[in-house]
Design a protein around this ligand. Structure first.
Ligand SMILES: [Ca+2]
Ligand SMILES: [Ca+2]
Ligand SMILES: [Ca+2]
Length: 406
């Protein structure tokens, strides 16, 4: 395995084999129907149970191929109680999100006697004054709030994250273990934006000082399966997460993903997702488009971190809690400076970087107004957003951390 040239071919062959894996999900009419269906499918079709999710009356399996799917669909014992029997799709981090180090600024934000943290790279974080997070810090910086980062994992040892990490309740749904280490880099960057440790004299300041829990659902290439994402959402709800951030997406809906998102929202959890990076010609990335999910577009213009203009890559299409669509609010997603594995810091561009600003705002409201429901918080975020233009592009507008008052 050591010589790189020799290992390339087997690695590629293995990657090809992994892609050929075939998964299905089955939703049942009631949770009580689920155990018998699992037993039937596992017993009759040589299927390997991947996830049993009684909270959403669903399960997923690895099966031989699409012919097995047809056989299961034709099985009367399964079909009688099934709401759906579908192949599971793939998802990934949005396209084009690669780290870089060039120094390019951007600006915006309001003047004021705002809070000044001691983190050395705070001056590189144009997004924070853009959404007035620094003004909100005069009033509230932290609270007993948990944000689940459903992503590629988090660097569990990062100097500017580890003090906020809940490593008891975290989980790796790719490798099926209790150590959701980030082997790609994306989730670490996303986590830092939301809640890197502020005022520790190190690195950056997260937008809100919340507990972070890593829920790894994307692999070392930034790709994953929707049933693993659904299991991750289900897990986040079970451990008491207040907010779920999904800086990931796919172009087609998936019933097990939708069931998990809808169940989280129904359980009073705020679910936030990236709108996608395929540009203004595209809308309806999943899960951002679901009404149970707050879809987030990116601000930043083309060349600079422009606080008023949509980033050129940001997908479009208005949506909220009653209207399907992916852009509910906007947050900065260009030249975003944040944590990267091995105590590094990089800039990245993407709606993935916009989404955790909104997750942090949701967490801030959870701390500021503990009596508010997720619906209350979502509606307040919509109503207090700064309008920037057409709803189809900007949704309700740019999120505003200040004033977080009613
Ligand atoms: Ca752990
Ligand atoms: Ca810091
Ligand atoms: Ca939506």
């Amino acid at each position: 395995m050591r010589p790189i040239a020799l290992s390339l071919v087997p690695l590629l062959a293995f990657a090809g084999a992994a892609q050929a894996e075939f998964r299905i999900s089955v939703g049942t009419r009631t949770a009580a129907d689920l155990p018998a269906v699992i037993e039937t499918i596992a017993g009759r079709y040589d299927a390997t149970l991947r996830h049993a999710l009684p909270e959403i009356s669903a399960a997923s399996f690895v099966v031989g191929d699409s012919r097995v799917l047809a056989e299961i669909r034709a099985d009367a014992d399964v079909a009688r109680v099934a709401k759906w029997i579908e192949p599971v799709g793939r998802c990934s981090v949005p396209a084009g999100e690669t780290p870089y180090a060039i120094e390019r600024g951007g600006g915006g934000g309001r003047p004021g006697a705002d809070y000044k943290p001691n983190d050395p790279a705070y001056g590189k974080q144009w997004p924070l004054p853009c959404v007035s997070a620094n003004l909100a810090w005069d009033h509230i910086q932290t609270g007993d709030v948990m944000i689940a980062i459903v992503d590629t994992g988090i660097d569990l040892y990062h100097e500017d994250l580890r003090a906020h990490l809940n490593t008891i309740d975290d989980w790796d749904f790719v490798n099926d273990d209790d150590f959701p280490m980030d082997d790609y880099g994306h989730g670490t960057h996303v986590a830092g934006i939301a809640a890197a440790v502020m005022d520790n004299g190190v690195g950056i300041a997260g937008a809100f000082q919340a507990e972070l829990v890593a829920v790894k659902v994307l692999d070392s290439n930034g790709s994953g399966w929707w049933d693993d994402v659904a299991a991750g959402i289900d897990h986040a709800v079970a451990i008491g997460a207040d907010v779920i951030n999904m800086s990931l997406g796919g172009s087609s809906s998936d019933p097990i993903l939708k069931a998990a998102c809808d169940a989280a929202w129904a359980a009073d959890v705020l679910v936030v997702a990236a709108a996608g990076n395929s540009g203004p010609g595209f809308f309806a990335n999943y899960p951002a488009t679901y009404t149970s999910v707050i879809g987030v577009g990116a601000l930043g213009g083309f060349l600079f971190g422009d606080c008023e203009k949509a980033a050129f890559f940001s997908q479009r299409g208005f949506g909220d809690d009653t209207t399907p669509g992916n852009v509910e609010v906007m947050a900065p997603g260009k030249f975003v400076y944040s944590c990267y594995p091995n105590d590094e810091y990089v800039r990245m561009d993407g709606t993935s970087m916009a989404s955790p600003h909104v997750a942090a705002l949701c967490a801030a409201y959870r701390a500021w107004k503990p009596g508010w429901s997720a619906v209350d918080i979502r509606h307040h975020i919509q109503a207090s957003a700064d309008e920037l233009g057409a709803k189809f592009t900007f949704g309700y507008g740019r999120i505003d951390f200040f004033p977080p008052v009613d």
